[in-house]
Design a protein around this ligand. Structure first.
Ligand code: PMP
Ligand code: GLN
Length: 378
């Protein structure tokens, strides 16, 4: 069979989690908590299941959840979005990213991808016949070089994909980035796909620069988020996309035939839980404490932590330990040392390797302590 994605193998998250399980390694690779979801939220799912809410939700998502999302968006980002026409609930952010790309990218269209880039973007572009145009983030501070972005723009550029807080680097866009992006957009009809799944996991009091805060940018954006990150429920695979009505209409044409709809009792439970607005600040504090703990625990080791302003990932430079490629080191660390991490070179089209690994700190303190103790022995 002729592959439609000849260069694509199995996603690194499955590869590393499987390897960690096979070797009994502490799994700091794939991003998910090793602690449970809030009991109250689980109870709401039980409640809705037991009340017979077990059939298809509307294609666009449960109305009450879309209304909650609109309220949150107004409260946090001062943006008015219409739950009827501008919000679509999806089977995780992964589905939303795929649907947004597929909805607008035509054969030959170019899409600007900043690298390192989350691994689901490029295959979706390629399946649509689009052409990814890679622009590297600066190293080692992982900032967007807006001059390089501008140099890449041309008449075929359809979309730019942004991700803040950024996986894997943990960097965030700031006001200056938004000003540069606004200036760039002023001269073009570029669309924006903004992956904001870590919108509430941002540290040291920084504001999250959602596209929704900036009306000129929101008017051309698909903004994607995920409840999995916000409520410690990655396995429930529920997210959403906010976009202006004409873009949402195209988005829904794909969504309705990709998954049609997302899990009904889970949507209802999130709608109940979203009443608690204090959760967002508490979540940021919770993960900031884990970031600080992990960085402190790793202090005596030969790993050097890079800055981490958001997400639940910490990048550690290992160049003082070995000059092995990151994929080889990640494998050895998992199979021989007993701690699994993600090699960021897989997020570069050319396999660029910066002698650093990504560690997930969405783990119980004791898990982080056990992992750090092992890493400090290297
Ligand atoms: N984008 C980024 C940057 C992510 O890190 C993730 C989750 N790992 C996703 C999208 C996908 O989110 P979901 O699990 O809701 O599909
Ligand atoms: N987003 C998670 C990560 O970056 C993993 C998601 C997945 O396994 N597809 O680790």
């Amino acid at each position: 069979i002729q592959s439609k994605l000849p260069d694509v193998g199995t996603t690194i998250f499955t590869v590393m989690s499987q390897l960690a399980a096979e070797h009994g390694a502490i799994n700091l690779s794939q991003g998910f908590p090793d602690f449970d979801a809030p009991a109250g939220l689980v109870a709401r799912v039980h409640h809705h299941m037991s009340q017979g809410m077990n059939q298809y939700a509307p294609m666009q998502g449960v109305p009450r959840l879309r209304e909650s999302i609109a309220r949150k968006t107004a409260d946090l980002y001062q943006a008015r979005v219409d739950p009827e026409t501008e919000i679509t609930v999806t089977a995780g952010a992964t589905e939303a990213l795929y649907a947004a790309i597929t909805a607008v990218v035509q054969p030959g269209d170019e899409v600007i991808v900043l690298e390192p880039a989350y691994d689901s973007y490029v295959p979706a572009i390629q399946l649509s016949g689009g052409v990814p145009r890679f622009v590297p983030l600066t190293f080692p501070d992982y900032r967007v070089d807006w001059n390089r972005v501008r140099d890449t723009l041309n008449g075929r550029t359809r979309m730019i994909i942004l991700n803040s807080p950024h996986n894997p680097s943990g960097t965030v866009l700031d006001e200056a980035d938004m000003a540069a992006l606004t200036a760039l957009c002023a001269d073009s009809d570029l669309l924006i796909l903004s992956d904001e799944v870590y919108e509430h996991i941002i540290f040291d009091g920084r504001p999250h620069q959602s596209m929704l805060r900036h009306p000129a940018l929101a008017a051309r954006s698909f903004v994607v988020s995920s409840f999995g990150k916000t409520y410690h429920t990655t396995g429930w695979k529920t997210g959403y996309c906010i976009a202006p009505a004409p873009l949402s209409a195209e988005f829904r044409k794909i969504h309705q035939f990709l998954t049609f709809t997302a899990n009904t009792p889970v949507q209802l439970a999130y709608a109940d839980y979203m009443e608690d607005q204090a959760h967002y600040a508490a979540l940021a504090r919770f993960y900031q404490a884990k970031r600080d703990l992990f960085r402190e625990l790793i202090g005596p080791s030969r790993f050097k932590p890079l800055p981490c302003a958001g997400t639940y990932f910490q990048v550690l430079d290992y160049s003082a330990i070995t000059d092995a490629p990151d994929t080889a080191f990640a494998r050895r660390l998992t199979t021989e040392t007993g701690v699994a991490a993600i090699p960021p070179s897989v997020f570069h089209h050319d396999g660029q390797d910066h002698k650093a690994l990504r560690f997930c700190f969405a783990k119980q303190d004791q898990t982080l302590a056990r992992a750090a103790e092992i890493l400090c022995r290297l």
